[in-house]
Design a protein around this ligand. Structure first.
Ligand code: URP
Ligand code: ZN
Ligand code: ZN
Length: 473
């Protein structure tokens, strides 16, 4: 079965050209000018549209249990929301529920494989280290799980000690896995949270005030030092402060294999948003920072110190006692209201997987600050490369999966919860005027979204068996 996309402007991380693109079944088989086929099942006229590789979001949390509830997008609704916003590959995280890492991966796949609407991969969280876990880490490569996440925060829950992070880095580096670091200072947070609670400072803004930026800066440099000594690559997740970007720059200039991602929320919102009446809806970890931090992160993206913009999509309802309609059914999932009187009870995390590309297009490409190629690099190609999926994902070359977004640069949208397909009751970008929006989205050759209509199905996505880490971006 062949589909021909004609008359569009193809834009990848490296070039923009007028060309046609031919798809056979689930793959791109040819790219060039004036392509014709006798028996194409469909010819799509992409005049006036950009043809982009589908977005790759390497940081999402689907169906993640937290604080007596669960993040409100599951593997179907989260991947549907992703696709409606132009993202055709996501990577979720496996919690280390037991020391049988392979068993944990298998358990998550059993749930997710049947539910995902677009392709997905998995990272493994390492939150408890012992000889059995150390033995199992290399075995993950054969399962296509080639990245691990470790934490310097969440004392007593997810945090590893420095010597443990060093051991993980060393084993990962020796076996072709990439380690990812959640960088905050767990001790400082624990102490500041205790003090805030003793002083009855429990409003949402105290979530940010008890998680200081300096703790993140220090933890990134600590991670860089451990990676340097382990001679292993390290990827810093959800970069949120200027100092983290400076540390990344310093480490990269000194030959450390350090890379990093930021997320839209750190580029567009600040700690002040936590003081809004609905401030709980802006509670995430690490927290939102300042306008000065935003400026430095933008500069870090421009100068390629920061290589990826992912989302850390981890949505909750703002008011989970009130049902919303999702696909014609009433749904209510306990959410941010759990911490109405105490920020320590607010489930941490924000929606964003579907918002990412439309919002960034307007703010990056529409503003003229970034080229389309830089936009594609940061949101699709770089993450695909870093996480062992390129050129199958993040490219438009023959042989790649036909994950394609037909992007209308003129489409104007007043964005918000009514547009986004994320299964929650609010949207960070409510009322934002966006210009540029996906018109049609194909996942492995199949149209899943077209002009406001969803045609994807649970189980149509596939697990991506990712390759070992091959080198720095
Ligand atoms: O608040 C957030 N980001 N929740 C998800 C967990 C994490 O650390 O990424
Ligand atoms: Zn994290
Ligand atoms: Zn996360």
């Amino acid at each position: 079965m062949q589909t021909l996309i004609k008359n569009g402007v193809l834009a990848t991380a490296t070039k923009t050209e007028e060309a046609d693109l031919l798809i056979e079944d689930d793959k791109i088989i040819s790219v060039g000018q004036g392509l014709t086929v006798e028996d194409a099942v469909e010819v799509i006229d992409a005049r006036g549209l950009y043809v982009l590789p589908g977005g790759v979001d390497v940081h999402v949390h689907l169906d993640l249990p937290m604080f007596n509830t669960v993040s409100s997008d599951d593997h179907y609704t989260g991947t549907k929301a992703a696709a409606c916003g132009g993202t055709t590959t996501v990577i979720d995280f496996v919690s280390q529920e037991t020391d049988d890492l392979l068993g944990c991966v298998a358990k998550l796949r059993q749930k997710a494989d049947a539910r995902v609407a677009v392709d997905y991969g998995l990272h493994m969280n390492i939150t408890h280290l012992n000889p059995r876990v150390e033995e199992q880490i290399p075995l993950l490569v054969k399962e296509g799980v080639t990245s691990l996440k470790v934490f310097t925060a969440y004392n007593g829950r997810l945090r590893l000690q420095d010597h443990e992070i060093f051991r993980v880095l060393r084993i990962a580096g020796e076996h072709g896995l990439l380690t990812m670091l959640h960088a905050e200072n767990g001790d400082l947070i624990e102490l500041l949270v205790q003090e805030a609670c003793l002083n009855d400072r429990k409003s949402p803004v105290w979530h940010a005030r008890t998680r200081p930026a300096w703790g993140a800066v220090e933890a990134v440099m600590r991670g860089a030092a451990l990676a340097a000594v382990a001679q292993a690559p390290l990827y810093i997740v959800h970069i949120n402060t200027s100092g983290e970007v400076d540390m990344l720059r310093y480490a990269r200039d000194h030959g450390v294999q350090l890379m990093g991602e930021t997320c839209p929320q750190y580029l567009f919102f600040t700690e002040d948003d936590l003081a809004r009446p609905d401030g709980a809806g802006w509670v995430c970890s690490p927290p939102l920072r300042t306008a000065a931090d935003q400026q430095r992160i933008w500069k870090g993206l421009k100068e390629k110190t920061v290589q990826v913009i992912s989302t850390d999509h981890c949505p909750f309802f703002l008011n989970g006692t009130k049902p919303i309609l999702y696909e014609g059914k009433e749904v209510a999932i306990p959410g941010k209201e759990l911490g109405r009187d105490d920020f320590t009870m607010i489930p941490n995390g924000l929606p964003g997987v579907g918002d990412r590309l439309p919002v960034l297009w307007t703010k990056m490409v529409g503003s003229g600050e970034f080229s389309i190629n830089e936009f594609v690099a940061l949101t699709s190609t770089n993450p695909a490369r870093i996480f062992g999926m390129y050129p199958r994902k993040g490219s438009l070359s023959p042989g790649a999966d036909a994950d394609i977004v037909l992007w209308d640069p003129r489409l104007e949208v007043v964005y918000g919860v009514a547009h986004a397909q994320q299964r929650t009751d609010y949207n960070l970008y409510e009322g934002w005027k966006l210009t540029g929006y996906p018109l049609r989205v194909l996942s492995r050759g199949r149209t899943v979204y077209c002009d406001g209509t969803w045609s994807g199905k649970p189980g149509n996505g596939k697990f991506i068996h990712r390759a070992a880490f091959t080198g720095m971006v």
